[in-house]
Design a protein around this ligand. Structure first.
Ligand code: UTP
Length: 403
């Protein structure tokens, strides 16, 4: 107890001191265990993003160019998959607060006339590739402390949607403390500091800490395709994409879509001080937003869709790099001073996240690989409106998928 009080004093978190003095011996033991593991450096994060370098456009391998080389790319990609050099990493540790669904997002039923779960859409897409290749692609699923059990049970109940159980591994990402609007630590229970998953940029480090990289190494996997859970049209271990990246000689690749409008709110793949990087829409100047190439296309035209291919040996070289922490204001359930659990209607807390897109900057180069957004990009972030259940359903139907 003394140690905890000292830490709180040092961190200027006096509001918790009285609370802690009223805890039982076993509650204090629980808190002590959590304190030993928590990274309190977020308390020094004031939300200021690091200074950016000099941006330049990065041109993509366009749909036209890809279609001219499709057969060649598919052959190269399929060969790599058949030789079991490609693994896939499903990022499913998010809290999905915008969707307002209290279970893991992948367990959301996007169907109307039949049950069709988000996880099922992804596995169906992956199965198309494994059937073509004649081998399963090792699939690593990143979950969080909160959703791990439910995610595993869901896969189990649905018999892994026809995927091979021996080729799926689940691992848990790390957590970071969340802060209220006054920069104070919060509680999730009497004996627990409120924490949230540490963002999707922690996936490789978490794979290392949880022993997943031992599996990657023992299987001789050379490439990892990492992707978000919430795009129901997500093409995973896409042989053409893999083949194009290998053929280009580049060490990473990113699937991108042409922007729908110059001011569309997407992160754009570009060069920053000569390295591949993603510039957020709010970081772009008016000139960057509207500048066009001689052929009329926007200079900063290609938005990322959270589907990247990385070379494992190059990722290993980044394991010790500390990625920047981004602060996001979110709706997070917490325990108030009266001991009641509050499920807020509006954002109430800052969570701290590393982002997978920051890993792109650690690579020497990156192939921007254009995909048709109507075919491959149907994110489910909200219930209605942009990037929603509604818009994803429309796109599933457009792609001939019965829902
Ligand atoms: P989002 O940035 O959309 O975050 O995640 P989110 O937590 O799922 O949803 P909101 O913002 O609260 O509504 C993009 C992808 O990154 C994964 C998500 O599961 C999704 O696939 N992710 C996000 C993680 O795996 N871990 C995290 O800590 C955050």
């Amino acid at each position: 107890m003394e140690k905890i009080l000292e830490t709180l004093e040092r961190l200027k978190q006096h509001h918790l001191i009285n609370h802690i003095k009223n805890l039982t011996v076993s509650e204090i033991a629980g808190l002590k265990e959590q304190f030993a593991k928590l990274d309190f450096s977020v308390l020094n994060n004031n939300g200021h993003e690091e200074k950016r370098g000099k941006f330049q456009p990065l041109f993509a391998e366009t749909l036209d160019e890809i279609s001219k080389n499709r057969d060649k790319f598919i052959k190269i990609g399929l060969d790599a998959i058949k030789q079991r050099k490609v693994g896939a990493v499903l990022l499913a540790g998010g809290q999905g607060s915008r969707l307002g669904f209290d279970k893991p997002k992948g367990t959301f039923n996007i169907g109307i006339n039949r049950e069709l779960y988000i996880f099922e859409c992804l596995i169906n897409n992956l199965l198309e590739v494994t059937e073509m290749a004649g081998v399963y692609v090792p699939l690593f699923v990143m979950t969080s402390v909160d959703n791990n059990k439910k995610t595993r049970e869901f896969f189990e109940e649905h018999d892994y949607f026809g995927y091979s159980r021996e080729n799926i591994w689940f691992f848990v990402q790390e957590q970071l403390p969340t802060l209220d609007t006054h920069g104070k630590l919060m509680l999730s229970a009497r004996d627990k500091i409120l924490t949230a998953p540490n963002g999707n940029g922690g996936w490789y480090i978490s794979m290392d800490k949880t022993g997943m990289l031992d599996i990657v190494r023992s299987k001789g996997i050379e490439w990892l395709n990492v992707f978000a859970v919430d795009n129901v049209l997500q093409r995973i271990a896409d042989p053409c994409f893999i083949g194009a990246v290998i053929d280009s000689g580049k060490v990473s690749g990113a699937k991108v879509v042409a922007k729908a409008a110059p001011d569309e709110k997407v992160g754009v793949l570009c060069l920053e001080d000569g390295r591949p990087s993603i510039v957020e829409y709010y970081e772009m100047t008016e000139e960057m937003l509207t500048s066009r190439e001689p052929d009329g296309t926007l200079s900063y035209n290609y938005g990322v869709i959270l589907n990247y291919l990385f070379r494992v040996d190059k990722l290993d070289g980044t394991l010790s790099v500390k990625l920047p922490l981004h602060r996001a204001f979110k709706k997070i359930k917490y325990m108030n001073e009266k001991g009641n659990i509050i499920d807020p209607e509006e954002p109430n807390a800052y969570k701290f996240e590393t982002l997978a897109l920051d890993m792109v900057k650690l690579q020497e180069n990156c192939l921007a690989y254009e995909v048709d957004r109507r075919r491959e990009f149907a994110p489910v972030k909200n219930q209605t409106g942009i990037d929603s259940v509604e818009s994803a359903r429309e796109l599933l139907i457009y792609n001939g998928i019965e829902i």
